[in-house]
Design a protein around this ligand. Structure first.
Ligand SMILES: Cc1ncc(COP(=O)(O)O)c(C=O)c1O
Length: 401
């Protein structure tokens, strides 16, 4: 690694050699510890985005780092042509968090976890309802990934437009609207795919009544309820999984972001009867569930369970919600646990506020033109919450209008 690279040289190197698909903020982070990040000049930042809700246990968590290092020295990868000792242990632990009686397929990202869920739902639907039962209903405002199939399920037409034609069999309905869903539910539908809290769509929670009604509708029409917990899963909302708030039992659950605390890993869990629709050879990935990523995830779950991280996220989320709600310049706070959006008062533009916060040492992002997303590490301390809200308050007082 070239330590002497100036920031300007780094940007030029990126422009010359990296596909320019991202609009990046003007900073390069070089080190992290817990909720803190440092740039190359040694400037310290409070990280209230956690790498897009990924680093649940904070940066450089010592137990996760030690597990990764030990596994790296032992065995990183063998492919899924062979057993590895870690993968089934991780599957068993995830299954127990989901109530047991399920099976897990491991992938490398959230999109791939959803891809697996969609393929499984089609297999299950066609096996039980005939060749026409392959349609998936999802919601406007949703985000399920950037592969062509998960993009087809993503209810954001502007992201889909330039990639037409997308795979067939995907339709979107208004979010949190049971009548609209019921009207779209015909015998071709094999699954309803939903986020419990739409993350990229602006941190929009579904109501518990809606989720319970969706469950009943899926039962009635013999469709699977697939819950995308890629952003909400593993403690972020104050429960292991966000669907627990509504007391519903999904047939399929996907997750990724927080599972490896930054090491790429995704997972698709399904009830055993549903999972059995996949036959050997139906689905595969070279890296999924490899020893290195699985060992990182196992360490993450060990720490999360021991430290009761979901409960800590719920407490911290309540404090952050209260403090944000008191800030002049914040009109409303929405979200669950530590997946929050602060809707700004008229006169403030969220992208500008996010940039000013970054300059002032606070990392967060504009999830809509008028709202900021806050998703800090789940072990964030009260002092860190107070410091972050202090920075945001000063930025809002000096900026906008
Ligand atoms: C709810 C949800 N599903 C799926 C994805 C896609 O995950 P990935 O970017 O790991 O492919 C995301 C990413 O933000 C997400 O928030």
């Amino acid at each position: 690694m070239n330590q002497a690279l100036s920031f300007d040289d780094l940007v030029a190197l990126d422009a010359a050699h990296v596909m320019q698909t991202y609009g990046r903020a003007p900073v390069a982070f070089v080190r992290g510890d817990g909720t803190r990040l440092w740039d190359a000049d040694g400037r310290e930042y409070l990280d209230f985005l956690a790498g897009l809700a990924v680093v649940g246990l904070g940066h450089a968590h010592p137990e996760v780092a030690a597990a990764i290092a030990e596994q790296a020295r032992t065995l990183v990868h063998v492919s899924n042509l062979y057993y590895n000792e870690v993968q089934p242990q991780l599957a068993a632990r995830l299954d127990s968090l989901l109530g047991g009686g399920g099976r897990v397929f491991f992938s490398n990202s959230g999109a791939e976890a959803n891809e697996c869920a969609i393929k499984l739902a089609r297999r299950h639907g066609q096996a039980n309802g005939g060749p026409e039962r392959f349609h998936v209903l999802s919601a406007y405002g949703s985000f399920h990934g950037r592969t062509l199939t998960t993009l087809a399920a993503t209810g954001q037409p502007q992201k889909q437009e330039v990639f037409q034609p997308l795979p067939a069999g995907f339709r979107q309905v208004p979010f949190d609207d049971i009548a609209a869903l019921a009207a779209a539910m015909d015998e071709r539908v094999c699954a309803v795919l939903l986020e419990v809290v739409q993350g990229e769509g602006g941190v929009q929670p579904a109501s518990a009544d809606y989720l319970r009604a969706v469950r009943a509708l899926c039962d009635d029409r013999e469709a699977l309820l697939v819950v995308d917990e890629v952003q909400t899963g593993l403690g972020r909302t104050g429960r292991w999984f966000a669907f627990e708030h509504a007391g519903v039992a999904p047939d399929v659950v996907t997750m990724a972001k927080a599972l490896g605390n930054g090491v790429p890993i995704g997972a698709c869990w399904a009830r055993a009867e549903v999972a059995s629709a996949f036959k050997p050879g139906d689905h595969a990935t070279t890296f999924g569930g490899q020893p290195l990523a699985a060992r990182a995830a196992l360490a993450v779950l060990e720490v999360m369970q021991r430290e009761n991280v979901p409960a800590r996220a719920e407490r911290a989320g309540a404090r952050l919600t209260r403090s944000l709600g008191r800030l002049p310049g914040v009109d409303a706070v929405r979200g669950v646990g530590l997946l929050l959006a602060a809707e700004l008062a008229a006169g403030h533009e969220a992208p500008k506020v996010a940039s000013a916060c970054l300059e002032a040492g606070l990392v967060l992002n504009a999830v809509t033109p008028t709202a900021l997303r806050l998703a800090p590490p789940l072990l964030v301390s009260d002092d860190e919450i107070d410091a972050a809200v202090g920075i945001l308050g000063r930025v809002l007082a000096g900026e906008g209008a």
